[in-house]
Every structure is written in C-alpha cells, then in structure tokens.
Ligand binder design. Structure first.
Ligand SMILES: Cc1cc2nc3c(=O)[nH]c(=O)nc-3n(C[C@H](O)[C@H](O)[C@H](O)COP(=O)(O)OP(=O)(O)OC[C@H]3O[C@@H](n4cnc5c(N)ncnc54)[C@H](O)[C@@H]3O)c2cc1C
Length: 257
C-alpha cells in the first residue's frame, strides 16, 4: 500500500517534496531496497529522493515480556516515555522531547548527554531475524544497521526517574523553536560543532529562509519557506570554513536523502 506524504509538512525541518511512500505492514525482505523513513526528525529530503518506505501502525506497540521490553519500530519515543512512567521502568527518560520513532532512535543511537539508546538495547528484529546489540557497532549517533528495524528488545528494569526527566527537559528549554532536524553536525572529538561554526562567523548566517540559529549555531533552522538547496549551501559553507580554519572535517548528523 502507498501513502502520499508532503515532507514540507511532515519532516521536522519542513523541507521536501510531496511523494508516495510505501507503507510497510508486514516483515518482508522486499522492502530492503527502500530508504526507510521514521518520524523524519533527522532528515533533509531532496526534491527527488530515492523510493521511500515507512512502517505502518502495525509496528506501533510496547509490550513487557519477562525482563524484556518489546517495542515496535514505528512507536513514537514520547509514547515510550509515558509507558515507562506508567509502568515504573528505568532508562528511557532521555527520550522525552527527543522526537522520532524507536526505529530511528536505534539506527541513530539517539541520545542526550551521557544517555544513549544503546545503554538498554538488547537486540533488534529484522527481516532476517534477531540481531544482538553487540553486533550493531552502536557509537555516538551512528550504528552499522543497514536494514529495517521492525522491533527492538530492551532491558526492562524498575525505577522510572521523574527528576532525571525534568533535568533533561531543562536542557532543551533554550533550544531554537523554529523547525529543524536537531543538531546539523556531530560534535568532533573533544569539541563542539556549534563552537566551531560560531568561531568561523556562521552563527546566525542566513541563506534564503535557512539559517544557522543565532541561539544555537549547530541548529540549521527553517525560518519560513526554507529550501533544500539553501540548507545544502549552508552545510557546505560550514564544512569548508571549519576545515580551512581548524583542519576539522565536520560530519553531518542530519541525513541527506
Ligand atoms: C528539535 C529536535 C531535537 C533533537 N534532539 C536530539 C537529541 O538530543 N539527540 C539525538 O540523538 N537526536 C536528536 N534529534 C534528532 C532525532 O530526534 C533523532 O535522530 C531521532 O532518533 C530520529 O528518529 P526518526 O524516527 O524521526 O528517524 P528519521 O529521521 O525518520 O530517520 C533517521 C535515520 O533512521 C533510519 N530509520 C528510521 N526508522 C528506521 C527503522 N525502523 N529501521 C531502520 N532504520 C530506520 C532512517 O532511514 C534514517 O537513516 C533531534 C531532532 C529535532 C527535530
């Protein structure tokens, strides 16, 4: 089944075409040739993307089975936090206000400060069966996952911590409010992408309706009718200036599709 998606509304950065997306409601190797879209909170989608697919509501569920928390790949992260609060489960507080689905969070090894999805991940379920987390090479905002995550299994331990959730939410209070895809670049070892972008004079830099936020330089924000090509120009500008001045190769955290 297909679904028409307008990425200029659906994606968090509000950029992208209106295109048909394959809706996956069963585990099947036939879908491996598509680019998988989760909540589109980390994507910059070009005007002519490759064939896209997304998991249907059939993969939006949370279940406790013994010591394991089973979560469907399409489950929104906010729903996971509410579930954990209700069932007194520890370790998912950092997902509050980290927008997306569990599939996207696992693939990106999403995290806030020292908390990351890999801390609790036991395995993922793919069209080829279960793969243990130890085989996924989960690192800072990356993994070796190159297949669709239909379900993930996590450690299920008691001890939800509301204080921690509030503390992590506080960190977000000064984030830019305009549409973005979160951090544009990964932080290089022992440094901050935002500091480097600011140091080369690009904090607040605007091309058309896209800009590096004047509040947080590593947030590429859409000020209205921002376009893909404007976003790319800013990304290229930051990469070349930071390399020329500091010899540091900035790596995109945002995924260009
Ligand atoms: C305001 C804002 C703040 C943010 N803050 C943070 C933060 O603090 N920390 C952080 O880590 N991230 C942050 N992000 C980025 C984003 O929230 C995370 O990367 C999130 O995990 C993306 O999930 P998604 O479902 O939207 O994935 P998408 O953006 O749709 O996709 C991201 C990647 O995951 C893949 N993917 C998605 N679903 C699946 C699946 N089921 N199986 C296999 N691959 C899949 C996609 O193919 C793509 O490669 C922020 C984003 C925004 C907009």
């Amino acid at each position: 089944m297909k679904k028409l998606v307008d990425f200029s509304r659906f994606s968090s950065i509000r950029i992208g075409p209106k295109v048909e997306v394959e809706l996956i409601d069963t585990v099947d190797s036939a879908f491996e040739s598509y680019f998988l879209v989760g909540g589109a909170n980390n994507l910059l989608i070009s005007p002519s993307p490759p064939p896209l697919a997304t998991l249907s509501k059939a993969f939006d569920y949370i279940r406790i089975e013994g010591d394991t928390l089973l979560i469907g790949g399409a489950t929104p992260t906010g729903k996971v936090v509410s579930f954990c609060k209700r069932h007194d489960i520890a370790g998912f507080e950092f997902l509050a206000k980290l927008p997306g689905t569990i599939g996207g969070a696992v693939k990106m090894n999403a995290g806030v400060k020292e908390y990351e999805i890999k801390d609790r991940l036991l395995w993922i379920r793919t069209h080829e069966g279960v793969i243990p987390a130890s085989k996924l090479n989960l690192q800072y905002r990356r993994s070796d996952i190159d297949t669709i995550v239909y379900e993930a299994g996590f450690v299920c331990e008691r001890g939800y911590n509301e204080e921690l959730r509030q503390k992590l939410l506080q960190l977000r209070s000064n984030q830019p409010k305009e549409p973005s895809a979160g951090s544009c670049f990964k932080n290089p070892p022992n440094d901050y992408a935002g500091r480097l972008i600011e140091a080369v004079g690009l904090k607040g830099e605007r091309v058309g309706d896209m800009a590096f936020s004047p509040i947080h330089a590593n947030f590429l924000v859409n000020l209205g009718k921002g376009r893909f090509d404007e976003a790319i120009r800013l990304i290229e500008m930051a990469k070349s200036r930071v390399y020329e001045r500091f010899g540091v190769v900035l790596q995109e955290e945002i995924i260009i599709v």
